[in-house]
Design a protein around this ligand. Sequence first.
Ligand code: PEP
Ligand code: MN
Length: 335
Amino acid sequence: MILVLKTNVEEKKIEELIRTLESSQIRVERTKGVDYTILALIGDTRSVNEGTILNSDIVHRIIHVQEPYKQANRLFHPENTTVKVGDCTIGGGEFAVIAGPCSVESEEQILTVAREVKKSGAKFLRGGAYKPRTSPYSFQGLGERGLDLLKLAKEETGLLIVSEILSTDQLDRFVRDVDIIQVGARNMQNFSLLKELGRVQKPVILKRGMSATMEEWLMSAEYIMAEGNKNVILCERGIRTFETYTRNTFDISAIPMIKHYSHLPIIADPSHATGRWWMVEPLAKAAVAAGADGLMVEVHPNPEKALSDGAQSLTLESYKKLMNEINLMIGKLAC
Ligand code: PEP
Ligand code: MN
């Protein structure tokens, strides 16, 4: 942290500030420029009360040199984190494909998708049992029944299950029956939910909030990790911009940027990023090229009849084609 002092400050006041800072184990290095005096604060600056400093009549501004996230920061953990889920690993060179319908709708629907996705090599089945819909009148998901059906699909196919949690009261059930708990864009800053997820050891997919900066997103990961759960996978799913032709704007730059600042695995969701099924393949390829650790794609046996997100869902055939292309790109079968 750097403090830029106001001009023409009395020496006595500067020394007083330095003494206060040093009394809380912070080393202060002072530099006198032509116009400004700068104080570089070295050490654990978490105890520094920024409000008090800014309110003092000698500090002009505070500049942060360190990112506020620690656990998620590559600086303190240079190796890539890998998250073990069943016999699969996400991150560290493995490529994970999570496919399935937006919502679990019926036994026939989820089993049909599960069988087909498995044939094309995927190891993870996604399906929403609780749906965070924009309208309260839209299909809200099958709830517990949806989780029962996902469990059935797992028993038959061995696929690992990914499903979105909406609130803390669902946690016990998710820990029992789901392999990766998904936190959706709308809940990225539901801090009480994040803290609870930090107290279990289940892997968590943390989707980027619709208008979240990368730092806010990493701070949300920090909430989970600070409670003890280090099994966090980030998911770029598009952000809201002024563009209306796509549902969201796929922020491809998030993939290398997150990898630069964090050691956590990052996957991409080109379905929610675009809202259009025919854009899923090119953006999935772009995500692979940018270094993503995996993909999450929506697949439905009959997208026209889907109860949610049909316009962005791949048919079983187009999913198979996508997987062939992705496997060619990564040079091996995706996990
Ligand atoms: C979903 O995965 O179905 C979903 C609701 O995603 P998001 O939270 O990214 O909108
Ligand atoms: Mn969806």
